[in-house]
Design a protein around this ligand. Structure first.
Ligand code: SF4
Length: 366
C-alpha cells in the first residue's frame, strides 16, 4: 500500500493508530514486507561514552544533573575502551555501535576530537557508527561525516505541543535545526521518540507528523517506551500497555515505510510475545546489550535466543547505505570553528544540581 508521503495529517495518522488491531497489524505487516525482509532485524549496541551531569532538564532522563538519581557519572571514555566494547558488540551480532554522550551540545576541542577518533576507529572495524551527542552545528556534522559517521541520532521525543511539558531547556525547533545540519552531509538520520510520558495519543500522532514530514524521512526511527527512573520528574508514571507500543510501531511503519523502526527502551517490560507482535507490526531493529545508556535492557544472549525462536536474522552492516570513507585527522580539510548551536531560550536559567555534579566527579576519580 503506502508509498512514502511527507504530507500526513494528524487526523489521518490517528485514524490509522485507532484502527481495529487486526486490521492495523495486517496493513503494517503488508507495508513492511514491501520494503524490508521481515525476517531480518538490525541490531545496534548503545554505548554511553560520557554519562551523567547533563545541564538539560529532559523529564525522563536520569542523566540530567539536576535530578537526584543513582546514576554514576563518568568522564569521556578512551578510544581504546570504545574499541574493545565495539569488538565485543560485533562478536555478539551487532552491526552498529551508537555512542551517546550526555552533552547539551558538542563543543569543538579535545573531547570532540576524541569522539572523532572513536568514529574513525569503529568505522575501520566495518561497523556502522552512530553518535548521539546533543545539538551540533553544520561544521561539526561535516567533521563527523569526514571521520566516517554513518548515522546521527537526535530524537524529537514527542509532539511539538507536548515538548515544553517534557523539556524546558531547549525548544522543538532546536532539534529540527540539528537534524537539518546532519542532512547537509551524507550521514543518515536517526530520530524518534518516547511514548508513555503522560502524552495524549494526539501527541504521538503529532510526533509522527513531524518525523514523516522530514524530506527525506529519517533512515531510522527509535520508538521508546518510558522507563520511569526514581529521582526524575516522571518516576511515578506506570509503564504503558504493550498494545500501545504495538499500535505505535505499526503506525510508524505505515507512515514511514522505508525507515528502520527500532524497538528501543522499555523492552525489559515486554514479553517475547509482545516483542514478536512488534516485529510483525514492522519493527526491524533493536538495541542489544544489558544497558541502554543507563536503563536496563535484555541481555544479548536472551535476544539471540528470541531471534532463534522467531527465525530472525541480524542484519549485516551497510545493507541500507554504503560504508562511509574515513578521512584521517592529519588529512582533514575541515577546521574547528569554535561555534555553538544557537540558544533559542536565552532567558532560561539552568539550575545545576551541584551535589550530583560533585558526586559524579568523586565517582569518576575512583
Ligand atoms: S539532553 Fe540527553 S543526556 Fe541531557 S538530560 Fe536530555 S536526554 Fe538526558
Amino acid at each position: 500500500m503506502s508509498e512514502t508521503r511527507h504530507n500526513w495529517t494528524k487526523e489521518e495518522i490517528l485514524a490509522i493508530y485507532n484502527k481495529p488491531l487486526m486490521e492495523l497489524l495486517y496493513d503494517a505487516a503488508t507495508t513492511h514486507r514491501k520494503y524490508h525482509d521481515p525476517n531480518t532485524v538490525q541490531v545496534s549496541t548503545l554505548l554511553s561514552i560520557k554519562t551523567g551531569g547533563c545541564p538539560e532538564d529532559c523529564g525522563y532522563c536520569p542523566q540530567a544533573a539536576r535530578y537526584h538519581t543513582d546514576i554514576e557519572g563518568n568522564d569521556l571514555m578512551s578510544v581504546q575502551q570504545v574499541k574493545a566494547q565495539a569488538l565485543r558488540a560485533k562478536s555478539s551480532g551487532s552491526s552498529r555501535v551508537c555512542m551517546g554522550a550526555a552533552w547539551r551540545n558538542v563543543k569543538d576541542g579535545p573531547e570532540f576530537d576524541q569522539v572523532l577518533e572513536m568514529v574513525r576507529t569503529i568505522n575501520k572495524l566495518d561497523m556502522e557508527v552512530c553518535c548521539t551527542l546533543g545539538m551540533i552545528t553544520e561544521n561539526q556534522a561535516k567533521r563527523l561525516a569526514e571521520a566516517g559517521l554513518y548515522a546521527y541520532n537526535h530524537n524529537l521525543d514527542t509532539s511539538e505541543d507536548y515538548y515544553k511539558d517534557v523539556i524546558s531547556t531547549r525548544a522543538f525547533e532546536d532539534r529540527l535545526e540539528t537534524i537539518d545540519n546532519v542532512r547537509k552531509t551524507n550521514v543518515t538520520v536517526c530520530s524518534g521518540g518516547i511514548i508513555g510520558m503522560g502524552e495524549k495519543v494526539e501527541d504521538r500522532a503529532g510526533m509522527l507528523v513531524a518525523l514523516a514530514s522530514l524530506n527525506p524521512q529519517p533512515e531510522s526511527v527509535p520508538i521508546n517506551a518510558l522507563v520511569a527512573v526514581e529521582g526524575t520528574p516522571m518516576e511515578d508514571i506506570e509503564p504503558i500497555p504493550i498494545w500501545e507500543m504495538i499500535r505505535m510501531v505499526a503506525t510508524t511503519r505505515i507512515v514511514m515505510p522505508k525507515t528502520q523502526v527500532r524497538l528501543s527502551a522499555g523492552r525489559t517490560e515486554m514479553s517475547r510475545e509482545g516483542q514478536a507482535m512488534c516485529f510483525f507490526a514492522g519493527a526491524n531493529s533493536i538495541f542489544a546489550g544489558d544497558k541502554l545508556l543507563t536503563t536496563p535492557n535484555p541481555d544479548v544472549n536472551e535476544d539471540m535466543e528470541m531471534f532463534k525462536l522467531l527465525g530472525l536474522n541480524p542484519q549485516k552492516a551497510f545493507v541500507k547505505a554504503p560504508q562511509p570513507e574515513t578521512v584521517e585527522a592529519s588529512e582533514s580539510v575541515l577546521q574547528p570553528l569554535g561555534e555553538k548551536p544557537k540558544w533559542t531560550r536565552p532567558g532560561h536559567k539552568i539550575e545545576r544540581n551541584e551535589n550530583a555534579k560533585a558526586t559524579s566527579k568523586l565517582v569518576s576519580k575512583d
